[in-house]
Ligand binder design. Sequence first.
Ligand SMILES: Cc1cc2nc3c(=O)[nH]c(=O)nc-3n(C[C@H](O)[C@H](O)[C@H](O)COP(=O)(O)OP(=O)(O)OC[C@H]3O[C@@H](n4cnc5c(N)ncnc54)[C@H](O)[C@@H]3O)c2cc1C
Length: 512
Amino acid sequence: MDTVVVGAGPVGLTAAMLLAREGHRVTVLDRDPGAPEGGPQEAWDAWERPGANQFRHPHILLPAAYRTLADELPETVTELTALGGVPCNLLAGAWELDAIGGRRPGDERFAMMIARRPVIEAALTAVAARTPRLTVRRDTAVSALLTGRERVPGRPHVTGVLTRGGDTLHADLVVDAGGRNSPVGRMLRDLGAPGPVEERAGTGFLAYTRYFRSADGRLPKWPVWRVTHYDTVTTVAIEGDAGTWAVSLGVSGSDRALRALREPGAWHRAAALFPDIAHLTEAGEPMSGIMAMSGMEARHRQFVADGRPVATGLLSIGDAWATTNPLFGLGMSMGALHVTLLRDLLRAEGTGDPEKLALRFDEATRASLSPMQQGLAEWDRHRLAEIDAALRDVPAPYETGDRDWHFKRALDTAKLRDPELLRAFADSGTLLATAEEVFTDPALAEKAAELGRKAPHSSDPGPSRPELLAALAGPAERAAPVPDRAGCHLRGVRHPGGQGDSARPCAPRRPA
Ligand SMILES: Cc1cc2nc3c(=O)[nH]c(=O)nc-3n(C[C@H](O)[C@H](O)[C@H](O)COP(=O)(O)OP(=O)(O)OC[C@H]3O[C@@H](n4cnc5c(N)ncnc54)[C@H](O)[C@@H]3O)c2cc1C
């Protein structure tokens, strides 16, 4: 069976490797060039990836993504480790807390890996290159879909792709792994087809991120938990390979005052106010400018309308199907689950009945992944409303009739205060299990609600809004070592309403 995969991002490459191992002849096409010669540092410095705006933003392989690679494609983990990826455990920081009481049997399910995304992609690319029946063609943009005899009246049957260079590739199946801005919907509409129905949340989040590197290749003391929600800011700390790490300040897309975080001095003054991450911004040398990312809202594309697939011979996976709030770092995990679902379905059904295949894939996706994606999108909606309320000076806590939101907030608050709740939070929060699977015992849910209600959300509430705004308005230049020594500056930063943009970081200085 011939399969074409559009997009050589993490999900496209993982799908291609799994399908090639099933016996498919797979060709992956990507519009961007391949990795430059050299190792991880060259991948970070020089890999041109305009097709993936988030390429140099922090990425972590959370347990579901890591486990898929470790179980299904163990060579990728070996390769990533050889390139400097660091195995670790999501709960490791929390094990130190008295209330948690150390490691427990079963915690190995929270194993995961840290590495900068260019390094993750370099590892996947290297293994893909050694995979029989798999060809990856870079610098090869797909410009249109080829079609054949319709299998569903009025809906195109995709039989391959046309590249911008004029090549035609025929396939039994085209897999769309073109990412959050996948062009495939537009290509379907170019054929006169309806294309997928896209839902996206209104404003979404923005993140302002800076990368750092330690002088000795070691990481500073790491926060017990990587994501903390303060009043109007969410802080995220993500480690990378080679003694690098990233600190992000996530804000509501409608919070115009905090757009000042683009300016390095303002970013540092603000970051210094947040207890979990303040030390991380002083512990190393900045190796990027402030990278802004917008368009971080949850999106979802529906490929079956009125009971009929929008196309046959074509299946969309990963971000091309749906995205979640990047502050949770779950995109590659969701993508990994989607890829195994695709592989299992193809194993069971083949491509002989394209209509049935499209409907079954949609059904399976809706049954297993949509509830998680929608749950995360709902969380975003409430979090943005909570921030809006804080901006309007509505006394906290934010009120809503949605008990699910209150429960999730309580669980988030209680997770570091009870060992069982920590595991329940980690299982349900990283897609290892659904909330229904985790909370079969009502006593556990009651404990979460009770503990979460009693405890303040954070042991240190962080800055008040006036303190935060005062820090942003402080002196424009910061005395400490700063950025942009290489004369780099932000490019292409747009704000919501755009497609979701990132500023390319400064090229980091090579270590001496
Ligand atoms: C700021 C940010 C931080 C994130 N952090 C994390 C994290 O910590 N952990 C995590 O798991 N996820 C994270 N994510 C989500 C993660 O980036 C995505 O879920 C993941 O990249 C999806 O992979 P993909 O292969 O589906 O799509 P992409 O990685 O977007 O890849 C799509 C590919 O398609 C190619 N392409 C597009 N159009 C064409 C065309 N016409 N022809 C050929 N090729 C084409 C592109 O060049 C690209 O290589 C983050 C996202 C953002 C925005």
